[in-house]
Design a protein around this ligand. Structure first.
Ligand SMILES: NC(=O)c1ccc[n+]([C@@H]2O[C@H](COP(=O)([O-])OP(=O)(O)OC[C@H]3O[C@@H](n4cnc5c(N)ncnc54)[C@H](O)[C@@H]3O)[C@@H](O)[C@H]2O)c1
Length: 341
């Protein structure tokens, strides 16, 4: 039985890939949420998404006028996040917005200011911190099972050609804000802070456009340090064949090394293995099916619970702006001299 007095009413704005495959199913499965509205100016996308009884709108203002909408999940191309957040806040709706929060720190500041002024909740949808393996890993780190952590490494990559989608806004710098780096690195930047309970104190990056013929980076390596002294490396790419192992997260400690494989991404599952520092023995960390649900489902339930129970979201939006600033200041020009932002 639900422990919540009622369900939070959600609208999804932007009904493409992530909304259709992950967000709408999560809202419909959550025990404290209901999907009441869907909005997309593209009528075909609006019809392709499953939404049970949800009303469908091509105009944002009409969706926001629906009295059952308490919160909005924004899943549009990146450059639209600030204006849509401002419209939601002005209509008194709480906002959970896809990463990257915005394509510039100024855009992120506008979003947070609008939500503060309106007194509504804001959070960035960093779904990977809700993955069951990452939640378990956070507990193992907290319990000291890895000893003193020295280094962290993430490889999160895919193959993304120019014709990956009919309207491939990801390769348009005006809509995406960049390429592989701005698309894929925000997950790792957020996730390592959450796992290590630490803050990046520095970040530097190298970009490449090695394989694809579009005007944004198709690969990046980011390297930085945390306040504790831990070193972190993120390797992200649009030029990595999907058949390769390309979703790994590794934390190296003095007592054990943790390797999460295939947990970075939108789906549950993957494996978590600990390697003992003395014997080299590898021990799989089992997860129960009850724990290992969609990270999007955990995320919707967690955001909804905070709103319904009148609790603040666990992370301040100022932190999300800090991460956006860190990413922006670390973004160099592309290797051939073309600025990618
Ligand atoms: N967390 C994750 O793992 C993850 C995965 C994929 C995408 N994303 C993020 O989600 C967002 C959407 O990505 P996607 O892959 O679903 O893109 P997509 O192109 O598949 O879908 C975007 C949708 O937004 C719609 N749209 C365009 N302008 C709009 C407007 N003004 N109002 C409402 N809808 C509008 C488009 O018609 C399209 O249906 C991006 O910010 C992306 O970075 C996150």
């Amino acid at each position: 039985m639900s422990s919540h007095p009622r369900r939070l009413g959600w609208a999804i704005v932007g009904c493409g890939w992530v909304a259709r495959d992950y967000v709408a199913p999560a809202i419909q499965a959550a025990d404290n949420a209901s999907l009441v509205a869907l909005c997309d100016p593209d009528a075909e996308m609006l019809m392709r998404i499953s939404g049970n009884e949800a009303l469908r709108y091509t105009a944002l203002a009409e969706a926001l006028a629906h009295p059952g909408v308490d919160a909005v999940y924004i899943a549009t191309p990146n450059h639209l996040h600030p204006a849509i957040t401002e419209a939601c806040a002005a209509a008194g709706k709480h906002v959970l917005c896809e990463k990257p929060m915005a394509i510039t720190p100024e855009g992120g500041e506008r979003m947070v200011e609008a939500c503060r002024r309106a007194g509504v909740h804001y959070a960035t949808a960093f779904d990977q911190r809700h993955h069951a393996i990452h939640r378990r890993l956070r507990t193992l780190v907290q319990e000291g099972m890895l000893g003193t952590i020295t280094q962290a490494r993430i490889h999160y990559a895919c193959w993304l050609p120019r014709d990956w989608a009919p309207h491939n806004w990801r390769v348009d710098p005006r809509q995406a804000g960049g390429g592989a780096m701005i698309d894929l690195a925000p997950h790792g930047l957020d996730l390592l802070e959450v796992l290590l309970q630490d803050e990046w104190s520095s970040l530097t990056a190298l970009l490449q456009r090695r394989v694809h013929d579009y005007p944004v980076d198709d690969g990046a390596v980011l390297m930085g340090q945390f306040r504790s002294g831990i070193l972190g490396i993120l390797q992200v790419a649009y030029n990595c064949p999907d058949a390769y192992p390309r979703r790994t997260l590794e934390l190296i400690g003095t007592k054990a090394r943790a390797l999460a494989y295939k947990s970075m991404g939108q789906t549950p599952g993957g494996t978590l293995t600990l390697t003992d520092a003395v014997t080299g023995e590898e021990t799989p960390v089992p997860l129960s099916p009850a724990e290992d649900r969609s990270p999007f489902l955990h995320q919707i339930e967690a955001f909804s619970a905070c709103v319904l129970e009148g609790r603040p979201q666990p992370f301040s939006p100022d932190r999300d702006i800090r991460l956006l600033r860190l990413l922006a200041q670390a973004t160099p020009p592309l290797q051939d001299g073309t600025p990618c932002r």
